[in-house]
Design a protein around this ligand. Sequence first.
Ligand code: NAD
Length: 320
Amino acid sequence: MTGTQSPTGRPAPRRSFLAGLLGQGIGPSLSPELHEREGARQGLRYTYKTVELPDAALRPDHLRGLLRAAVELGFDGLNVTHPVKQVMAPLVDELAPEAAAIGAINTIVIEDGRTRGHNTDVTGFAAALRAGLPDVPLERVVLVGAGGAGGAVAHALASQGVEQLSVVDRDATRAGQLIGALTAAGSRVSATVFPPEELPSLLADASGLVNATPMGMAAHPGTPVPVDLLRADLWVADIVYRPLLTQLVREATARGCRVMTGAGMAVNQAADSFELFLGRAAARPAMFADFDQLVAVEIDGDAPTPDPARPLDKTRPTEH
Ligand code: NAD
């Protein structure tokens, strides 16, 4: 990142930035709007390109070539998403600790010709939990869903001090692999795989529940746990954000649980990537407002939907 010279002889701050998103099925991604709106708010010329990868582009040698081209073309960074989060990890010059721990990246910073992989799904969920559910008990947490997002959430929960993590997935192999990755990363969390049939006993004495399955999306209606297992002293975080108010979020809110929607992870991962790419702080409250506006058209109302863990604009806490 080299700046131009100002009349004072000092390098002028950079005003122009270029980033992008590589993946498949990325048409509906909110990342371009979230990044470019924040750049414009800061008076920058910031362009964020989406690059839909055909199947033929998923080979590591092709991806290595794309990454090299991005470096040569002057990109400041790339986000990468499904299905290349794992395959890109060994292709960067270095990995940030959270990315090395999870073996998957969603953010690549390009600086001075070198590439560094990060995982802002991990840091984004951790930031969301701190801001959205501050001071919740972290002794025993049940995580349902051990896919790519569940892996990031598990590492984030471990980083935030969760003591016992029960990982529940229909696919016991995926849950086992997630726990293997936590162990390989040297995590001190005590993590165990359970089948969905164990949810009643697990939730009976859990402090918190996180949904990292697609359950709750329009294409996957319903909840990942029977709703009669929800009780007021259980905190509940859902990472699904289309729609924002999933059935799990609604049922947990109705039962008096402290609740966090998927907005927190989605916005914080974008803000963390923005900060890594541009080396400048992101205005998170403004990015949350953008997010509300962008998802408002997708939800079954006509106005920004309240996040139970995050009061709307007038009363919104400033820590986001
Ligand atoms: P994935 O398909 O890789 O993994 C989903 C996992 O859930 C699978 O292992 C599957 O076996 C398991 N599963 C599905 N239904 C289940 C059930 N009823 N009980 C137990 N296990 C079940 O998907 P992913 O990439 O990990 O994403 C999961 C969801 O997370 C997405 O659908 C998306 O809505 C959400 N997401 C949110 C954010 C965010 O920023 N808020 C980011 C990424 C993903």
